[in-house]
Design a protein around this ligand. Structure first.
Ligand SMILES: Cc1cc2nc3c(=O)[nH]c(=O)nc-3n(C[C@H](O)[C@H](O)[C@H](O)COP(=O)(O)O)c2cc1C
Ligand SMILES: Nc1ncnc2c1ncn2[C@@H]1O[C@H](COP(=O)(O)OP(=O)(O)OP(=O)(O)O)[C@@H](O)[C@H]1O
Ligand SMILES: [Mg+2]
Length: 506
């Protein structure tokens, strides 16, 4: 088998180790699942090209171990799926189809989105595991292992990632050692390929002094960490809105007229089990209220990357700020930062500056090859330093992750945040809310209609009702930025009923 021979004949020991590990994962998967139960997700990219040849070798070696191989590999029986998209580069499409022909791949072309495509595929076929060319540096690799069940909300299957621990250099060492074909774009300076809308050649490979823009081939990129430098950042409308606030572009006036909203997300199975009573969430709501912000939503989610990512993704574009607490640290359950990275589609990368702080705090215990605590979302993280804090706070665009574990620690972090972000417009102090509460023994039925009408007349106020008990009085609360409007609303309500129907709560 030519791939196996090429690697065994090479003197690159690192490549040999990576190859052997990947083949081991493939052979385990082929032992666990029948050939009809596995599929290979192929998209013509360099990583999936590496995986194709590893699968060819792995399948051959697997058959050999079962002593049913005659030494030649003629067919490749693993179902291969390609999600074709109109935004793919034509070179990628061409390479995918050519490769399928060369190696006799049974190509299933899917033209819907990933999730519904996989749903249909799994309904029609007994597939239980899918091989992917995901590598640890990819944004989508956050939280994955070599065998990772698909995420909640996705159809159920095992994601098998044989090259998860391969570096950019390993990928090119393999492709060049095995002398296999790869997509022509990689010889034109492309180092990682997404869609035609978000991918350009990597400027680090640009050949200077040439009148025509030319680029060196991908395998010459000296630093694999910059593999994604040719990926153009997509700026969503919400990001723009945020950056306007962030850069202090908003004028004083527009600040005053705007309603700033925040979401508060707690991460903790212990809260969901009811073992621990959440105090930080309510405390944050009070703090936000005290600076005139509106908390649009609070949530408590599980210590699970996908749960955190889903909550952050939902809140980040509809709020000015999102505050996260819980799940921060080096434990297996501390997945909050990874969830933030996944929500932004970026990878976790070691942050030397943060590591330095941790070293001061906990000594050399925090160093090593994989210091999980010093891994932060790449390219979007800003460390917020304050002399009163032993470790900076972590800000990823409009997401603040608080490491506080109790109200006293939260008070301190909050005061620092206000000092740090209050001045640059991110956590600007707004006109505080005025509020008034009335109680009444009138029934809900009697008050319902007049209150609905009052809400229509005073749309600038929050008029809410709640009870402390079913039998006790009804509490009506008025919240707003203008106290004269609150007085007017209270007066308007009183007029609708007999005198003395309401008492004021002090
Ligand atoms: C076969 C296959 C399985 C996938 N399974 C999952 C999954 O379980 N969970 C998930 O969040 N994304 C899953 N994805 C989506 C990828 O993580 C990622 O969003 C996708 O490859 C698009 O990457 P891009 O946005 O860089 O193009 C899957 C994609 C493919 C092709
Ligand atoms: N459109 C697609 N169809 C099938 N599989 C896909 C598709 N997009 C991504 N994948 C799977 O996800 C893996 C990771 O994608 P990713 O873009 O990171 O790698 P790549 O495309 O192989 O290489 P590159 O990083 O150079 O773009 C792929 O190797 C492949 O297994
Ligand atoms: Mg790609």
């Amino acid at each position: 088998m030519e791939i196996d021979k090429a690697i065994k004949g090479s003197d690159d020991t690192r490549l040999k180790t990576k190859y052997n590990n990947a083949i081991y994962v493939i052979k385990r998967a082929l032992a666990l699942y029948s050939i009809q139960e596995v599929a290979f997700s192929f998209n013509g990219g360099k990583d999936s090209t590496v995986l194709l040849h590893l699968l060819r070798a792995g399948y051959f070696l697997h058959r050999e171990e079962q002593s049913c191989s005659n030494g030649v590999l003629t067919d490749f029986p693993i179902r291969t799926i390609y999600f074709e998209s109109s935004s793919a580069f034509p070179e990628i499409n061409l390479f995918t189809y050519d490769t399928a022909k060369t190696y006799g791949l049974q190509l299933d072309i899917i033209r819907t989105d990933f999730k519904s495509g996989l749903e249909a595929l799994l309904k029609a076929n007994p597939i239980r595991a899918i091989f992917l060319g995901v590598r640890i540096g990819d944004p989508t690799a956050v939280g994955q292992e070599q065998f990772s069940p698909s995420s909640p909300g996705w159809p159920p299957f095992m994601r098998v990632n044989p090259i998860l621990d391969w570096s950019y250099r390993d990928v090119w060492a393999f492709l060049l050692t095995c002398k296999v074909q790869y997509c022509s774009l990689y010889d034109k300076g492309y180092t990682s390929i997404g869609s035609i809308y978000d991918t350009v050649p990597n400027s680090l490979l640009s050949i200077s002094n040439s009148s025509k823009k030319e680029f060196k081939p991908a395998y010459l990129l000296p630093d694999g960490r910059l593999e994604r430098a040719g990926r153009v950042k997509r700026i969503s409308s919400s990001d723009t809105r945020f950056s306007a606030v962030n850069n202090g572009v908003d004028s004083e006036d527009s600040h005053r007229n705007r309603m700033f909203t925040a979401s508060v997300i707690g991460v903790g199975d212990e809260i969901l089990f009811g073992t621990v009573e959440d105090q930080l969430g309510p405390s944050l709501c009070r703090k936000l209220h005290s600076i005139g912000w509106l908390t649009s939503q609070t949530a408590v989610v599980r210590n699970d990357i996908d749960s955190v990512a889903e909550a952050v993704e939902r809140c980040k574009s509809t709020n000015d700020m999102v505050f996260l607490y819980g799940g921060v640290g080096p434990l297996h359950s501390d997945v909050t930062i990874a969830g933030v990275a996944k929500a932004f589609g970026v990878r976790l990368a070691p942050d030397e500056e943060f590591e330095e702080y941790l070293r001061h705090l906990i000594g050399d215990h925090c160093t090593g090859d994989r210091n999980e605590m010093a891994q932060l979302p790449e390219g979007i993280t800003e460390l917020l330093h304050h002399e009163k804090l032993s470790v900076p706070l972590i800000k990823c665009q409009n997401i603040i992750t608080l490491s506080a574990t109790n109200v006293t620690e939260l008070d301190k972090q909050w005061d620092c945040l206000i000092e740090l972000l209050g001045s640059d417009g991110c956590l600007v102090k707004m006109e505080p809310y005025s509020s008034k509460q009335l109680t009444t023994n009138l029934t809900d039925v009697e008050t319902a209609q007049p209150l609905s009408k009052l809400c229509l007349d005073f749309p600038d106020l929050y008029i809410g009702c709640f009870r402390k008990s079913r039998e006790g009085p009804l509490v009506i609360s008025f919240e707003g930025k203008d106290s004269t409007r609150i007085e007017a609303a209270v007066e308007a309500l009183r007029k609708k009923f007999h005198p003395g129907a309401f008492s004021e709560v002090n």
